[in-house]
Design a protein around this ligand. Structure first.
Ligand code: IMP
Length: 226
Protein backbone atom coordinates (compact mmCIF):
# COMPACT_ATOMS: atom_id res chain seq x y z
CA UNK A 1 0.00 0.00 0.00
CA UNK A 2 1.36 3.45 -0.89
CA UNK A 3 2.12 5.72 2.03
CA UNK A 4 1.87 9.49 1.86
CA UNK A 5 2.97 12.08 4.37
CA UNK A 6 0.52 14.96 4.03
CA UNK A 7 2.71 17.96 4.72
CA UNK A 8 0.27 20.32 6.34
CA UNK A 9 -0.80 21.30 9.84
CA UNK A 10 -4.26 22.29 8.54
CA UNK A 11 -6.62 19.57 9.85
CA UNK A 12 -9.36 20.61 7.39
CA UNK A 13 -7.05 20.06 4.43
CA UNK A 14 -6.00 16.66 5.79
CA UNK A 15 -9.66 15.69 6.20
CA UNK A 16 -10.49 16.67 2.64
CA UNK A 17 -7.44 14.90 1.20
CA UNK A 18 -8.33 11.76 3.18
CA UNK A 19 -11.95 11.87 2.01
CA UNK A 20 -10.99 12.42 -1.65
CA UNK A 21 -8.15 9.87 -1.88
CA UNK A 22 -10.07 7.21 0.03
CA UNK A 23 -8.91 4.22 2.04
CA UNK A 24 -6.64 2.86 -0.66
CA UNK A 25 -3.61 4.69 0.73
CA UNK A 26 -1.89 4.97 4.11
CA UNK A 27 -1.96 8.66 4.98
CA UNK A 28 0.38 10.02 7.63
CA UNK A 29 0.35 13.63 8.75
CA UNK A 30 2.79 15.97 10.44
CA UNK A 31 1.27 14.78 13.74
CA UNK A 32 3.08 11.50 13.07
CA UNK A 33 6.37 13.43 12.79
CA UNK A 34 6.32 15.97 15.63
CA UNK A 35 9.93 16.98 15.00
CA UNK A 36 9.34 17.93 11.37
CA UNK A 37 10.61 21.40 10.52
CA UNK A 38 8.21 24.27 9.88
CA UNK A 39 8.61 25.61 6.34
CA UNK A 40 8.33 29.35 5.62
CA UNK A 41 5.89 29.80 2.73
CA UNK A 42 7.48 32.82 1.11
CA UNK A 43 7.41 31.81 -2.58
CA UNK A 44 5.51 34.00 -5.04
CA UNK A 45 3.39 31.16 -6.43
CA UNK A 46 1.31 28.23 -5.14
CA UNK A 47 3.61 25.88 -7.08
CA UNK A 48 6.68 27.44 -5.45
CA UNK A 49 5.29 27.07 -1.93
CA UNK A 50 3.99 23.54 -2.48
CA UNK A 51 7.37 22.47 -3.90
CA UNK A 52 9.24 24.14 -1.06
CA UNK A 53 7.12 22.27 1.53
CA UNK A 54 7.33 18.84 -0.09
CA UNK A 55 11.05 19.00 -0.87
CA UNK A 56 11.94 20.30 2.63
CA UNK A 57 9.96 17.50 4.26
CA UNK A 58 11.35 14.85 1.91
CA UNK A 59 14.89 16.01 2.66
CA UNK A 60 14.18 15.93 6.39
CA UNK A 61 12.84 12.39 6.06
CA UNK A 62 15.97 11.42 4.17
CA UNK A 63 17.58 10.25 7.40
CA UNK A 64 14.82 7.62 7.70
CA UNK A 65 14.61 4.56 5.54
CA UNK A 66 10.90 4.79 4.81
CA UNK A 67 9.79 4.73 1.21
CA UNK A 68 6.96 7.18 1.16
CA UNK A 69 5.67 10.10 -0.84
CA UNK A 70 5.47 13.60 0.60
CA UNK A 71 2.31 15.39 -0.52
CA UNK A 72 2.14 19.16 0.04
CA UNK A 73 -0.90 21.29 -0.78
CA UNK A 74 -0.62 25.04 -1.30
CA UNK A 75 -3.86 26.78 -2.05
CA UNK A 76 -5.73 30.02 -1.83
CA UNK A 77 -8.35 32.36 -3.19
CA UNK A 78 -7.95 34.72 -6.16
CA UNK A 79 -10.48 37.56 -6.38
CA UNK A 80 -10.64 39.32 -9.76
CA UNK A 81 -11.75 42.70 -8.35
CA UNK A 82 -8.64 42.62 -6.14
CA UNK A 83 -6.30 41.74 -9.03
CA UNK A 84 -5.92 38.17 -7.80
CA UNK A 85 -5.47 38.94 -4.08
CA UNK A 86 -5.26 37.41 -1.55
CA UNK A 87 -3.65 34.61 -3.64
CA UNK A 88 -0.61 33.09 -1.97
CA UNK A 89 -1.28 35.38 1.01
CA UNK A 90 -4.74 33.87 1.66
CA UNK A 91 -3.89 32.41 5.06
CA UNK A 92 -2.25 35.61 6.34
CA UNK A 93 -4.46 38.16 4.52
CA UNK A 94 -5.69 40.08 7.59
CA UNK A 95 -2.44 39.67 9.54
CA UNK A 96 -0.62 41.78 6.95
CA UNK A 97 -2.64 44.89 7.98
CA UNK A 98 -1.30 44.56 11.50
CA UNK A 99 2.26 43.91 10.28
CA UNK A 100 2.07 40.56 12.03
CA UNK A 101 3.89 37.40 10.97
CA UNK A 102 1.92 34.22 10.58
CA UNK A 103 -1.63 33.40 9.66
CA UNK A 104 -4.75 35.32 10.65
CA UNK A 105 -7.97 33.74 11.99
CA UNK A 106 -10.43 32.80 9.23
CA UNK A 107 -12.97 35.27 10.66
CA UNK A 108 -10.52 38.17 10.25
CA UNK A 109 -9.60 37.16 6.71
CA UNK A 110 -13.28 36.94 5.74
CA UNK A 111 -14.07 40.32 7.34
CA UNK A 112 -11.24 41.94 5.41
CA UNK A 113 -12.44 40.41 2.16
CA UNK A 114 -16.01 41.63 2.73
CA UNK A 115 -14.74 45.11 3.58
CA UNK A 116 -12.59 45.37 0.44
CA UNK A 117 -15.47 44.18 -1.75
CA UNK A 118 -18.18 46.30 -0.06
CA UNK A 119 -18.80 48.51 -3.11
CA UNK A 120 -18.16 45.85 -5.76
CA UNK A 121 -21.35 44.84 -7.64
CA UNK A 122 -22.42 41.18 -7.95
CA UNK A 123 -21.25 40.75 -11.55
CA UNK A 124 -17.70 41.77 -10.63
CA UNK A 125 -17.33 39.53 -7.57
CA UNK A 126 -15.85 36.64 -9.56
CA UNK A 127 -13.15 34.55 -7.89
CA UNK A 128 -11.53 31.14 -7.87
CA UNK A 129 -9.85 28.81 -5.46
CA UNK A 130 -6.56 27.39 -6.69
CA UNK A 131 -4.61 24.43 -5.39
CA UNK A 132 -1.22 23.05 -6.35
CA UNK A 133 -0.19 19.71 -4.93
CA UNK A 134 3.49 18.80 -4.94
CA UNK A 135 4.54 15.18 -4.60
CA UNK A 136 8.14 14.25 -3.75
CA UNK A 137 9.26 10.63 -3.27
CA UNK A 138 11.57 10.46 -0.26
CA UNK A 139 13.76 7.93 -2.04
CA UNK A 140 14.69 10.60 -4.57
CA UNK A 141 15.45 13.14 -1.89
CA UNK A 142 17.63 10.57 -0.12
CA UNK A 143 19.66 10.08 -3.23
CA UNK A 144 19.76 6.33 -2.50
CA UNK A 145 18.85 5.19 -5.97
CA UNK A 146 21.22 3.86 -8.55
CA UNK A 147 21.58 5.98 -11.68
CA UNK A 148 19.22 3.62 -13.56
CA UNK A 149 16.59 3.71 -10.85
CA UNK A 150 16.91 7.47 -10.47
CA UNK A 151 16.37 7.94 -14.18
CA UNK A 152 13.00 6.19 -13.82
CA UNK A 153 11.94 8.12 -10.74
CA UNK A 154 10.21 11.45 -10.84
CA UNK A 155 11.58 14.32 -8.78
CA UNK A 156 8.82 16.61 -7.57
CA UNK A 157 5.58 16.30 -9.53
CA UNK A 158 2.99 19.11 -9.55
CA UNK A 159 -0.79 18.74 -9.93
CA UNK A 160 -3.05 21.78 -10.07
CA UNK A 161 -6.75 22.42 -9.75
CA UNK A 162 -9.11 25.40 -9.77
CA UNK A 163 -12.73 26.02 -8.85
CA UNK A 164 -14.48 29.09 -10.30
CA UNK A 165 -17.15 30.98 -8.40
CA UNK A 166 -18.04 34.29 -6.77
CA UNK A 167 -17.79 36.02 -3.41
CA UNK A 168 -21.07 36.53 -1.56
CA UNK A 169 -21.98 39.71 0.38
CA UNK A 170 -22.25 37.90 3.74
CA UNK A 171 -21.02 34.75 5.45
CA UNK A 172 -23.24 31.70 4.96
CA UNK A 173 -22.97 28.19 6.43
CA UNK A 174 -21.01 26.43 9.13
CA UNK A 175 -19.04 23.79 7.20
CA UNK A 176 -15.56 23.80 5.72
CA UNK A 177 -12.85 26.29 6.62
CA UNK A 178 -11.15 29.47 5.46
CA UNK A 179 -13.14 31.42 2.89
CA UNK A 180 -15.75 28.64 2.40
CA UNK A 181 -18.65 30.67 3.93
CA UNK A 182 -18.10 33.42 1.31
CA UNK A 183 -17.40 31.32 -1.78
CA UNK A 184 -20.24 30.25 -4.06
CA UNK A 185 -19.04 27.84 -6.76
CA UNK A 186 -20.37 28.33 -10.29
CA UNK A 187 -23.64 26.47 -10.89
CA UNK A 188 -24.72 26.73 -7.23
CA UNK A 189 -26.53 29.26 -5.03
CA UNK A 190 -25.04 28.04 -1.75
CA UNK A 191 -21.59 28.65 -0.32
CA UNK A 192 -19.03 25.86 0.07
CA UNK A 193 -19.77 26.04 3.81
CA UNK A 194 -23.47 25.36 3.14
CA UNK A 195 -22.98 22.72 0.45
CA UNK A 196 -21.18 20.36 2.83
CA UNK A 197 -18.08 18.26 2.41
CA UNK A 198 -19.48 15.62 0.05
CA UNK A 199 -20.38 18.22 -2.58
CA UNK A 200 -17.31 20.36 -1.96
CA UNK A 201 -15.02 17.35 -2.33
CA UNK A 202 -16.44 16.66 -5.78
CA UNK A 203 -15.91 20.12 -7.23
CA UNK A 204 -13.21 21.85 -5.26
CA UNK A 205 -9.81 23.01 -6.49
CA UNK A 206 -8.30 20.32 -4.19
CA UNK A 207 -10.51 17.60 -5.70
CA UNK A 208 -9.39 18.55 -9.23
CA UNK A 209 -5.70 18.52 -8.28
CA UNK A 210 -6.06 15.17 -6.46
CA UNK A 211 -7.90 13.66 -9.44
CA UNK A 212 -4.85 14.47 -11.60
CA UNK A 213 -2.57 12.96 -8.95
CA UNK A 214 -4.70 9.79 -8.94
CA UNK A 215 -4.45 9.46 -12.70
CA UNK A 216 -0.69 9.83 -12.55
CA UNK A 217 -0.40 7.28 -9.71
CA UNK A 218 -2.58 4.80 -11.59
CA UNK A 219 -0.26 5.13 -14.59
CA UNK A 220 2.77 4.55 -12.37
CA UNK A 221 1.15 1.46 -10.80
CA UNK A 222 0.50 -0.03 -14.21
CA UNK A 223 4.20 0.41 -14.98
CA UNK A 224 5.02 -1.43 -11.76
CA UNK A 225 6.43 1.69 -10.05
CA UNK A 226 5.12 3.29 -6.87
P1 IMP B 1 -1.88 27.41 2.83
O1 IMP B 1 -1.97 26.56 4.02
O2 IMP B 1 -0.70 28.32 2.80
O3 IMP B 1 -2.05 26.64 1.56
O4 IMP B 1 -3.09 28.45 2.97
C1 IMP B 1 -4.30 28.20 2.40
C2 IMP B 1 -5.27 29.29 2.78
O5 IMP B 1 -6.11 29.52 1.65
C3 IMP B 1 -6.19 28.80 3.88
O6 IMP B 1 -5.76 29.23 5.14
C4 IMP B 1 -7.52 29.41 3.51
O7 IMP B 1 -7.57 30.73 3.97
C5 IMP B 1 -7.45 29.45 1.99
N1 IMP B 1 -8.01 28.19 1.41
C6 IMP B 1 -7.33 27.22 0.74
N2 IMP B 1 -8.17 26.23 0.39
C7 IMP B 1 -9.37 26.57 0.87
C8 IMP B 1 -10.62 25.92 0.84
O8 IMP B 1 -10.80 24.81 0.34
N3 IMP B 1 -11.63 26.59 1.43
C9 IMP B 1 -11.48 27.81 2.02
N4 IMP B 1 -10.33 28.44 2.09
C10 IMP B 1 -9.26 27.83 1.52
Amino acid sequence: MKTFLIATRNAHKVGEIRAILGAEFTLLTLNDFPGAPAVVEDAATFAGNATKKSVALANWLAARSERLLVLADDSGLEVDALNGAPGVHSARFAAEDKFKDGNAPDADNNSKLLRLLRDVPAAQRTARFRCVIALTPVAVARNILSADQAAGEPATMLFDGACEGRIDVALRGQGGFGYDPLFIPNGFDQSFAELGELTKNQLSHRAHALAKLRLWLDGRSQNGAW
